[in-house]
Design a protein around this ligand. Structure first.
Ligand code: OXD
Ligand code: MN
Length: 586
C-alpha cells in the first residue's frame, strides 16, 4: 500500500514524465553532489573559496527575476472567496489550462521530491510541505530556507497531512508561467519560473497564501511579518512582530544593531519575513518563524544598513543575480561607494558604469538564519515567543508620523487595513505613488481580504491581553525633501518608546489618528536632532489626513458589503475626529 505522499509522487511522475526520481534527504552528501552538478552545468558559479567559502552565484534567466503577481492565482470555487485583490481562476478551469503544460515537462530531467517542515522541527505549530521540482537550484535554496529532507519525512510518516506543491521550471516562458493556489484542497502548482517566491513553494505560496487560509479556518494567524525581541537593561526580552511592504527595511529592522546598546537595549532576530502565530493555553499569542533562512534583497545592503547580515553572508550562501568582482566576490549597488574595476554584471557580461545596474535590483542572498549574530536564542523555541506588539509601517513622505499607537485592537486593525506605501525606483512603475497594502499582505493573502480583516478583528478578543498595535514611518521628509529621521539602528529608539508604552511608562498625546509620543518621552540622547525636527516628525497634519481619509474610503469601496462593519465604523469615526465633529475624548 502506498502512502498518500507516494501516491502523489507517482501521479506527478506519470504527468511530468521525468527520467529519474530523487527523494531528497537533506544530507551533506546530497548537497555536495547537487552542488558539483550545478557547478558542472553552470547553474552555479563558485565564489572566492577564501573569502566566501561554500558560496555560489546563480544567474537566472533575465525574464525570470522576480515574483510575478500578475500570473499568481487563487483558485477557489467561488470567485468572491478570492476577493477583489487577487487574480482568480476556478479550480477546474485552472487545472484544465495548466495540466497540459505539466504533461511531459520533466522529460530527460530529474524530479526531486523535497519534503520540508515550515517551523522548528519539534514545534506543534509547524507544518509539513512537500515540493516536487525539476530544479536543483530550488532544492539547494529549500535546504537553507526550511527544515528539509529526512527530518520532514520522519515527522510526516504515512500521514496525508502535508501541503503538496508541484513545481517545474518547464521552458521558463512567461506566457506559460502560472503560480496557482488551491486553498480549498491545500495544493500548489507552479510552472514556468525558477525564481524566489514563485519557485520556493514553502515561502510565499505555502507559508502565506495557503497558510493564511488554514489560519482563518483554525483561528491562528499567518502574517507577512518579521519577529524581533527587544532586550531591556534587566535582560528581559519583549517580542514584537512587524509588517512592512517591500523596500521599507524589514530585514534591516529584524537584524538591527541597536543605537542604544550601551544603555542595555539590544535587538534579537526571530524571523525577517513571515510569522505564524497561535493562541496558547495561557491566552498569549505565540509566534514562530516558519522559515529557516533569509531570502533577502541584496542591493542597498551594507555594513551600515545591516552589519549582521553582511557578516553572515561570508560563507554557505547562495547569491542570485548579483554582480561579480574580478576576485570572484559578490557585489551589488549600495554595498560600498563605487563599483570596483573589472566587475561582471548579473548577466555575466563585463560591466560598464553609468548604464544599467551591475546587480539586478531584485538580486538576492539565501542564507541560514542561524548564521546571523543577531539570532535569538529562542528562534527555534517550539512554543514560539509571546508577542506584545504589532507594528505596521509604510514609506510615506508625508502624512504618517514617525510613530503612533492605536487606541485599541479594533482601531489597530483599521490602521493595518489602511496601510499604504509609496512606490520606489527599485520597483517597476511610477515612483512615489501611494499604494494600499493592508498588513503588507496584498500579494500574499490567500482569500478575500475583507474576510481577512474580519479574521483579524475576531482574533483580538480571543486573547487574554491583545498585543498593542503601532504604526511607524521611518521615511517622512522635511520641506527640503530630506529624510527627517536617521533610521537603521536609531529605530531602536522608537521600539523603546513602544516598550515603554507596553509597560505603561511613556507619555503620549492623543490625536485624531492615535497616540503620538510626547517629545520628551522619546529617548534621544546621543542623537543630534532638533526639537523642530522631532515636532515635524510627530505632526498630524489635518489637510494631509483629510486626503488620507478620502483615499481610505475609496479603497474600502472595493470590498462592498463584505467589508466588516467595524472597519466602516472606524473609518467614520476617524472622519469625525478629523473634522472635529466628535468631542475629542480620545
Ligand atoms: C519577499 C517579498 O521576497 O516580500 O520577501 O517579496
Ligand atoms: Mn516578504
Amino acid at each position: 500500500m502506498s502512502t498518500p505522499l507516494e501516491s502523489w509522487v507517482e501521479e506527478s511522475a506519470r504527468l511530468t514524465k521525468p527520467s529519474k526520481i530523487s527523494w531528497c534527504d537533506g544530507s551533506q552528501a546530497e548537497i555536495e553532489r547537487l552542488t558539483d552538478e550545478m557547478l558542472r552545468d553552470k547553474t552555479f558559479v563558485g565564489l572566492n573559496r577564501k573569502t566566501y567559502p561554500n558560496c555560489y552565484l546563480h544567474r537566472s534567466n533575465p525574464n525570470d527575476v522576480a515574483r510575478t503577481e500578475g500570473l499568481t492565482f487563487i483558485c477557489t470555487h467561488k470567485k468572491e472567496d478570492a476577493g477583489p485583490t487577487n487574480n482568480w481562476m476556478a479550480p477546474a478551469d485552472a487545472k484544465e489550462k495548466v495540466r497540459p503544460l505539466f504533461d511531459g515537462c520533466m522529460k530527460g530531467r530529474t524530479m526531486y521530491v523535497v519534503p520540508y517542515i515550515m517551523g522548528p522541527a519539534n514545534s506543534p505549530y509547524s507544518k509539513v510541505g512537500v515540493e516536487i521540482t525539476d530544479s536543483a537550484y530550488v532544492v539547494a535554496n529549500m535546504r537553507i530556507m526550511s527544515r528539509m529532507g529526512k527530518v520532514a519525512l520522519d515527522r510526516l510518516g504515512s500521514s496525508s497531512d502535508f501541503v503538496p506543491g508541484l513545481h517545474s521550471v518547464a521552458d521558463l516562458n512567461p506566457e506559460r508561467r502560472f503560480i496557482l493556489h488551491f486553498p480549498e484542497e491545500k495544493l500548489i502548482w507552479s510552472i514556468g519560473s525558477g525564481y524566489g517566491g514563485n519557485a520556493l513553494l514553502g515561502k510565499k505560496c505555502f507559508a502565506l497564501r495557503i497558510a493564511s487560509w488554514m489560519a482563518r479556518e483554525q483561528s491562528w494567524m499567518a502574517e507577512h511579518m518579521l519577529i524581533l525581541g527587544l532586550e531591556d537593561p534587566s535582560g528581559k526580552v519583549t517580542y514584537m512582530a512587524a509588517a512592512f511592504p517591500s523596500a521599507c527595511g524589514k530585514t534591516n529592522l529584524a537584524m538591527m544593531v541597536s543605537a542604544l546598546e550601551s544603555q542595555g537595549y539590544r535587538v534579537w532576530t526571530i524571523g525577517d519575513d513571515i510569522a505564524w502565530m497561535h493562541i496558547a493555553e495561557d491566552g498569549t499569542l505565540r509566534a514562530i518563524n516558519p522559515e529557516a533562512g533569509f531570502f533577502g534583497v541584496a542591493p542597498g545592503t551594507n555594513v551600515k544598513t545591516n552589519p549582521n547580515v553582511m557578516s553572515a553572508l561570508h560563507h554557505d550562501t547562495i547569491f542570485t543575480n548579483v554582480a561579480l568582482t574580478d576576485s570572484q566576490e559578490p557585489w551589488w549597488e549600495g554595498m560600498d561607494s563605487a563599483a570596483p574595476a573589472g566587475l561582471t554584471d548579473w548577466h555575466g557580461n563585463s560591466y560598464t558604469s553609468g548604464k544599467a545596474p551591475a546587480a539586478h535590483p531584485n538580486s538576492r542572498y539565501t542564507v541560514r538564519a542561524s548564521q546571523s549574530a543577531s539570532i535569538s536564542s529562542r528562534w527555534e523555541d517550539p512554543a514560539g515567543v509571546p508577542i506584545s506588539a504589532f507594528i505596521f509601517g509604510g514609506r510615506r513622505a508625508r502624512v504618517a508620523p514617525l510613530v503612533y499607537e492605536s487606541y485599541d485592537w479594533q482601531h489597530g486593525v483599521f490602521v493595518g487595513s489602511t496601510m499604504a506605501s509609496e512606490t520606489t525606483a527599485a520597483a517597476t512603475g511610477a515612483v512615489g505613488v501611494t499604494r494600499r497594502d493592508p498588513m503588507a499582505m496584498l500579494p500574499f493573502c490567500g482569500y478575500n481580504m475583507a474576510d481577512y480583516f474580519g479574521h483579524w478583528l475576531s482574533m483580538g478578543p480571543k486573547l487574554k491581553k491583545a498585543p498593542k498595535i503601532f504604526h511607524v514611518n521611518w521615511f517622512r521628509r522635511g520641506a527640503d525633501g530630506k529624510f527627517l529621521w536617521p533610521g537603521y539602528g536609531e529605530n531602536v529608539r522608537v521600539l523603546k518608546w513602544m516598550l515603554d508604552r507596553i509597560e505603561g511608562r511613556a507619555g503620549a498625546n492623543e490625536t485624531a489618528v492615535g497616540f503620538v509620543p510626547k517629545p520628551n518621552s522619546l529617548t534621544l540622547d546621543g542623537l543630534s536632532i532638533s526639537r523642530e525636527t522631532i515636532d515635524e516628525l510627530l505632526r498630524v497634519d489635518a489637510g494631509d489626513w483629510a486626503d488620507e481619509d478620502q483615499a481610505v474610503g475609496k479603497f474600502f469601496e472595493k470590498f462592498g458589503s463584505r467589508l466588516p462593519a467595524a472597519l466602516g465604523e472606524q473609518h467614520k469615526a476617524l472622519g469625525e475626529r478629523l473634522s472635529g465633529s466628535s468631542v475629542a475624548t480620545r
